[in-house]
Ligand binder design. Sequence first.
Ligand SMILES: *Cc1c(COP(=O)(O)O)cnc(C)c1O
Length: 473
Amino acid sequence: MPNTLYRALPATENLLTQLHTAHAALCAGLPRPMLRELVNAFLQEKRCLIKEGCITDPAILGATALLPGLVTFVGQHGMPHFRRVLNATGVVIHTNLGRSLLAPEAAKAAAEAAAWYSNLEFNLHTGARGSRYSHVEELLCSLTGAEAALVVNNNAAAVFLMLDTLCKGKEVIVSRGELVEIGGSFRIPEVMEKSGCTLHEVGATNRTHVADYERAITERTAAIMKVHTSNFRISGFVKQVPGSELVALAHQHGLPALEDLGSGSLVNWQRAGVPGLLHEPTVQETVAAGLDAVSFSGDKVLGGPQAGIIVGSKETIGKMQKNPMNRALRIDKMTLAALEATLRLYTDPELALTRIPTLRMLHAGADAMRRHAVRLQKRVVKAFAAAGISASVVLRAGESRVGGGAFPECDLPTTLVRVEGIEAEALREALLRLPLPMVGRVEDDAFCLDPRTLQEGEDALAAGCLVEAVGGI
Ligand SMILES: *Cc1c(COP(=O)(O)O)cnc(C)c1O
């Protein structure tokens, strides 16, 4: 009997051709060898079922009968591994979901840089070789007030480059209260030590004084460094030394003062009237305090592409530019294009707030969030009704988070859309298995969507995802 069943299965090539003919659109993005692998895997699954005695009817093994199942199989397994998801978590700078979204201007610039030749390292005035850094240096200087600027792959690379250039084989003095670990067990002190310098930790976890730094200065000292404690807050009896005082001390001893700002904001959020956001030092303020080099991320609060930006004095930045390690850490052309486009938006703060998604999401107030939640609720209610799903969709006050290790303890008021009457864990898991997966959160036994991180046009997609997921539970 099984032999007859095995023989009833179509040949791979035959099934592949039928799939191609009947479902051209499905096959369009899949190279034929990948498709053949999928068809093979699908047929192998059938052979296993035959072997286990789960299939006994040869009629369901013909090519025509198998085709609908194959379409589903290809739909599920043929998708690119790296793909779009809907972020309904309300965490704006979600490290696991890609941190910052680019402004349309920046996405367009990145796509152009990718598809066409450019003046990446070509000087259009002289027709000779140019510098890839020239495209953003002037903008960074005028936005931050710094004399010079340099961009690398990310902020971890920026910290490494600062220390490798200025402190290799010597000591850098850092406050114990600032030796932070950020996501993915990435520890600032470990990166610092990889650059070949020794950390000289001073002060206590909660308090460090200027005198602590001063006592630590020896002939082995190469720099004094401040690290912004971006993802945690020690509160209570605390003291960290302001940048300006460290600058005075460092310069008195002929040393550079460096700062890793982490997130690095160009916007004063208190002045921008964002409720709940504490004042974090802006890059401009840090530069004005006289730091010789300040580093920050391009894709945290700045809302640009992944990059590490270093601004500071001509002398200090110049040394880093000449460091051969710079080549290994260099920024690529798509990133550079996206960064320039993002920085151009910052020349008009109003424009930056409306065009840069990260800023727009952080800036949305409680009223705007409530209106968005009402619109989303209506869509979901309508979609559920049309699909005959009985679940209640209700609104409840909640909180969104900035994420990305920025503004800890500083939640943004939002309105959550709760799906009640459907097992929350099952819904959460079903949503992850969709072709367009959606990530939300479970609060008080209900699956919740925070509209803050859903972009324009995504409410309809989110409602569709919910319907599809509920149907699959
Ligand atoms: C996030 C962060 C980094 C690392 O920045 P990446 O751009 O992710 O490499 C370094 N230092 C601090 C303080 C940070 O918050």
